[in-house]
Design a protein around this ligand. Structure first.
Ligand code: URA
Length: 259
């Protein structure tokens, strides 16, 4: 049995399953990405667009002016400086409860960037996003469309774990917003994918339901943005995997069109 078939079967998306659920077959998984440089640090400072007015920050009353928000008017920090800034950030109360900030992982020159919600317990321990069970499912979903971790860059809306894995608070999202905006400006992905409602709402400034948002391709500063379910939600609601598979196929088509 091929690796691809095994992955699809693990996702509940093996061909027979697809037939039974009326999901169109997708027999050939051609690689859509050019080989990725082994060195995950950009060779040269990327050309980045001027930092525009914040688009991520939700409208919040009485948010204290943390350093990162004030810095919005300044130039985009270099990648290493940005990593340093995130590591030592004290812009919101989460700095008091985190083990460490979680910057992101993958290839900073990737064609596709995925955005999750916030680190969980395991991510807080390891300092990397999506290393728990949801991360394993995410890896399998990416593999099912021919993508490895080196083909993507993965970050979260919040860089620090909310205690007890509670939902991100509005002021925490506001305090962290520029970090994500700057990461996107550095990576300059061809395609953005939000995982779950917090990432979708943060980047699209919409509070519409995922079910509605995932049906269309959005734009974030000129970059096509796809909304799909959070892998943790898919673990709780495996019946939604067929829809997630449709989202993955749309993402793969978008990448193939740009190749
Ligand atoms: N869920 C997220 O949204 N991000 C992670 O890094 C892990 C779980």
């Amino acid at each position: 049995m091929s690796r691809q078939h095994l992955l699809l079967r693990e996702l509940g998306l093996a061909p027979r399953w697809r037939l039974r659920h009326g999901v169109a077959p997708e027999p050939v998984l051609t690689p859509v990405l050019a080989p990725v440089a082994a060195n995950l640090v950009p060779a040269a400072a990327p050309v980045v667009p001027a930092v525009a007015a914040p688009v991520v920050v939700p409208a919040v009353a009485a948010v204290p002016a943390p350093a990162v928000v004030e810095a919005a008017a300044t130039a985009l920090p270099e990648w290493a400086a940005l990593q340093q800034q995130v590591a030592s950030c004290t812009a919101c109360g989460l700095c008091q409860t985190r083990t460490q900030a979680v910057f992101g992982k993958g290839n900073p020159r990737a064609r596709i960037m995925l955005v999750g919600e916030a680190p969980g317990a395991e991510e807080d321990k390891q300092g990397l996003p999506f290393v728990g069970k949801a991360g394993q499912l995410l890896d399998n979903m990416l593999a099912a469309i021919g993508l490895s971790q080196d083909d993507v860059f993965i970050a979260n809306v919040l860089k620090c774990r909310p205690p007890g894995n509670r939902n991100p608070a509005v002021d925490e999202m506001a305090a962290c917003a520029d970090y994500l905006r700057w990461q996107i400006a550095h990576v300059q992905p061809e395609v953005l994918v939000t995982l779950g409602r917090f990432a979708a709402h943060a980047l699209l400034q919409s509070d519409a339901a995922i079910g509605a948002l995932r049906r269309e391709t959005h734009q974030y500063q000129g970059i096509p943005l796809f909304v799909t379910f959070h892998p943790a939600y898919l673990l709780r609601s495996p019946g939604e995997k067929a829809k997630a598979w449709q989202d993955l196929l749309a993402i793969r088509r978008a990448l193939a069109k740009k190749a």
